[in-house]
Structures are given as structure tokens and as C-alpha cells.
Design a binder for this molecule. Structure first.
Ligand code: ZN
Length: 466
């Protein structure tokens, strides 16, 4: 049985036009002029009328933390099943999850084994980024095996938190990954600045806004600058900077790209595009603590710079950093934010928010929307046959209905944390249907896929043409 999505406004990474899409089995078998697919299909077909609706590639979110053990006390509340259901209902059909640290001194493979098990029930397609906790000869050796034979070409280094990677380690990792055809993703915040400022706080400064004050824009941009410089010295090694939030960081990235470092990639997240640090203060500390995440929410000028970055290509990807904890877990730290579990949800809200505020309000073209929600992540992280609407590609498709609005409420979202940073925001489009490899997995905000339907993707990064 074929499926024909008829007469929709088809949005690809390079074009948008009215037409039909034919799904045969798992893949897109034809893209035709409107109302012409019926004549071309041999065999049975089911028609889905997409008149007046947009059809876009299934979203790829390359930054989630499903089931993340963040500390001995706190584990992110959405596991791969529930996080995957939330993603599906929001039009995301693939995630690449950033894994938690394993036991001290463990091999690089250790967490991949743990995560293969954790993700078994995932209803959408998935992969993992590895994580570096220490660097020695055996870790450097393992990289090649993972990149070349196991299909895991991307890894993360943190420049702050429990296992910060300092310059010597970053240098070694960038060099090794470049040799092997891999990519380093970096959580860039300066460890000295954030720790020094945190340790100096008085009791009155431990309210949620203190979080923003101890992680100033410069803490991010100084670290971004270091990483870009090291990558340059290593021979323009590819680097992907996660969750960029500060306008100063974008200036560094823009300059590097202009000067020929085409392999420097930047990601931002909905929280930095749609929220500001007023959230830490408005409504008092019990409200403010719900927004604890790092880097912190920033100012309007940073928001404007991030939108500008999406428009001019300085920022290639909008991901979520989805990592929710319950309100009770957050509010236990209302008088001292420093031990509060960090992270919020967003995997269900990302695509509708960006479609409504970006495409419908004309801040992004449909092509830019497709690029930053799907195509660029597929290309940067080496996911074959996903992230665009092309014959032979996986039939991962989302139908947006722009004639229906939706207001995010804690009761109509699938995350198990039972609140949303975007509560009360209205989007002027709904996710009508979501297909993953030809299967309908969500319809009108109801999940209709299957537990465990998701496949672990084998990835391979094509060398960037320079
Ligand atoms: Zn993260």
C-alpha cells in the first residue's frame, strides 16, 4: 500500500512548492506536481489531503538528554520511551542523545553499552554522542573504533562541570577526531569564571537570578574563542558548539567562519530564542527556579543576535537540550540554586515554536526552517537519507496545519515533568500528522506509534568540502 500526501506545500532545504509526495514502504518514492501522483502510482494507495497544509521533513533534534543520570540524586524524568513520544507529537522523528558520564575512569565504550540498553524502547530513530571524561592513550585509541566501525562519529567535551576538558585534552581530542573523521561537540563555558563567581556568592545571592550572574556571557564566549583557536591550529578540525546563547559567542563564530574555518558549527535552542533571564525573577524564586539550566537564559539583545545568526547562517541548528526534572525536584533548591538539577523540556515544543514564530511570522524562510530543524543536523552528524524531502530518502514527514492554533499547557504536553517553560505560549500551527519511515506515529498531538519502533542509526560524517 502506497500513501500519497496530496497537494501540500512541500518545504525542502532548497525550495518550497505545492505538490504530492508518494510514500512506498519506508521511503519517499516520488515527489510530483499537485494532483498527479495518483496517475503515476502502481498498486493501491491511500490519499492524505494536505491542501492548505505544509509538509516538512521530520525534525532531527541532535541534543537531548533522555534518561540522563545527572547526579547521584537526580535523573532526567523523560526516558527514551516518554521523551520519544513527546518528540514524535512535536514533529521530531530522530534524536541524537548526549549521554551521561559513566563511572570514573570508564572506557569510552562503557556508556555506549549502557545507552544501547536504555534506548531499546525508543519509538523514534536515534543515535548517541559519546562523552569524554578523561583523555589517555586508550581513550584516543577507542575513538577510531567507534567512528569507523560502530557508526558513532560525534563526541562531547565539557569545558566546565565535573570532568572539564582543559586545553591539552581539547587539543588531543580535536587532533584525533580530525584524523578519524569524527567531530567534537563542545559545551563551552569557562570553568574558572563560573566557579569563582559561584563560590563568592553571599546567602542573599543564592536565589535563581544568581545563576545568570555567575555565568555571564563572557564565560561562554571566552571558551568558544579558545575552542575555535585550538581547532584552527589543529588544521581546521570540525567543531560543533552546543547551545550557543551569548551574542559575543556568535561574533567569534561568525569571524572564524568568515576567515575560512567552515567547519565551525553552532547550535542554539528554543529557550535562548524565546525566553529571557526575566524568567529567573518574574513571579518570584519558586517560579524562577523552574528555569534553571546552563548556559542561563540571556537578554533580548542575545535573542536578537541568535535570530540574526539563524538568518545569516552563523547558527546552523536549533536543538533543545531537552533534560526535564519535576517541579518538586527544582523547587527543593529554591534557596540555593547551586545544586539544583539543570535542564528543561522542549523536545515537543521545538518544531511548532520555530514553525510558528519563524516561518509564519517570516523571520525564517521555509527553507531555513527545514535546514535548522533537520537538514543541517543530518549533514553535520552524518545521518544518511534523512533531513530532507527527496526521492529515496526515509519517509520522515510532518504535516503542519497553519489554520489551527495551540496554547502550550502542562496538561497538553507529553513530558513527564508536568510543566513547560513555554506554558501559555500560543503557536499558530499544529502538528497534524507525523510519519517515521512511512509509519504514522503521531496525529493531532496523539501518539500512535509503537514502543521500540525507533532504530539505532549508523552514522558517518562526509568530509566537508572546503
Ligand atoms: Zn545538554
Amino acid at each position: 500500500m502506497n500513501i500519497i500526501i496530496e497537494n501540500g506545500l512541500i518545504c525542502t532545504a532548497t525550495n518550497h512548492f505545492v505538490g504530492d509526495i508518494v510514500i512506498t514502504g519506508n521511503t519517499i518514492s516520488a515527489v510530483t506536481d499537485p494532483h498527479t501522483a495518483r496517475q503515476q502510482v502502481s498498486g493501491d494507495y491511500e490519499i492524505i489531503d494536505a491542501t492548505g497544509h505544509y509538509v516538512v521533513p521530520g525534525g532531527i533534534d541532535p541534543h537531548t538528554h533522555f534518561d540522563l543520570q545527572q547526579s547521584s540524586k537526580h535523573r532526567a524524568c523523560d526516558d527514551f520511551l516518554h521523551g520519544g513520544i513527546a518528540a514524535a507529537c512535536g514533529g521530531t522523528t530522530t534524536v541524537i542523545d548526549h549521554m551521561a558520564f559513566g563511572p570514573a575512569g570508564c572506557s569510552l565504550h562503557h556508556q555506549f553499552d549502557v545507552y544501547r540498553e536504555l534506548a531499546k524502547d525508543c519509538p523514534i530513530d536515534y543515535s548517541f554522542h559519546g562523552v569524554f571524561q578523561h583523555v589517555d592513550d586508550s581513550i584516543l585509541k577507542e575513538i577510531n573504533e567507534l567512528v569507523t566501525n560502530e557508526g558513532f562519529p560525534s563526541f562531547k567535551a565539557y569545558t566546565t562541570y565535573g570532568s572539564p576538558m582543559h586545553e591539552p585534552e581539547l587539543f588531543a581530542l580535536l587532533e584525533r577526531l580530525k584524523e578519524c573523521g569524527g567531530l567534537l561537540t563542545v559545551h563551552a563555558e569557562d570553568d574558572t569564571i563560573t566557579n569563582t563567581l559561584r563560590n563568592r556568592l553571599t546567602k542573599d545571592e543564592l536565589l535563581p537570578i544568581g545563576h545568570a550572574l555567575t555565568r555571564p556571557n563572557t564565560a561562554e564566549s571566552i571558551s568558544v574563542n579558545t575552542v575555535i583557536g585550538l581547532a584552527h591550529v589543529v588544521g581546521d578540525a570540525p567543531v560543533y558548539l552546543v547551545h550557543m546563547s551569548a551574542h559575543e559567542s556568535l561574533s567569534e563564530i561568525r569571524l572564524a567562519r568568515q576567515e575560512g574555518q567552515a567547519n565551525i558549527y553552532a547550535e542554539t535552542c528554543p529557550q535562548y530564542l524565546f525566553l529571557t533571564d526575566d524568567k529567573f525573577k518574574d513571579g518570584g524564586p519558586m517560579e524562577g527556579i523552574k528555569y534553571m539550566l546552563a548556559p542561563p537564559l540571556r537578554k533580548k539583545e542575545d535573542q536578537d543576535a541568535l535570530w540574526q545568526g539563524l538568518q545569516d547562517g552563523t547558527v546552523q541548528v536549533v536543538a533543545t537540550d531537552h533534560c526535564p526534572f519535576t517541579i518538586a525536584e527544582k523547587q527543593a533548591y529554591v534557596n540555593d540554586f547551586r545544586n539544583c538539577p539543570g535542564g528543561i523540556s522542549g523536545v515537543e515544543e521545538r518544531m511548532p515554536l520555530l514553525f510558528s514564530e519563524g516561518v509564519l511570522k517570516k523571520k525564517l524562510t521555509p527553507e531555513q526552517f527545514v535546514q535548522v530543524t533537520a537538514t543541517n543536523a543530518a549533514r553535520i552528524f552524518g545521518i544518511p537519507n534523512k533531513g530532507d524531502i527527496k526521492v529515496g530518502y526515509d519517509a520522515d514527514l510532518v504535516i503542519f496545519n497553519p489554520n489551527e492554533a495551540r496554547t502550550f499547557q502542562k496538561d497538553n504536553l507529553k513530558t513527564t515533568c508536568h510543566y513547560s517553560a513555554y506554558e501559555g505560549m500560543t503557536v499558530n500551527a499544529t502538528v497534524a500528522k507525523v510519519f517515521l519511515r512511512g509509519q504514522l506515529i503521531a496525529e493531532n498531538n496523539t501518539f500512535c506509534g509503537k514502543k521500540g519502533y525507533g532504530q539505532l542509526l549508523k552514522r558517518h560524517i562526509e568530509a566537508a568540502d572546503k
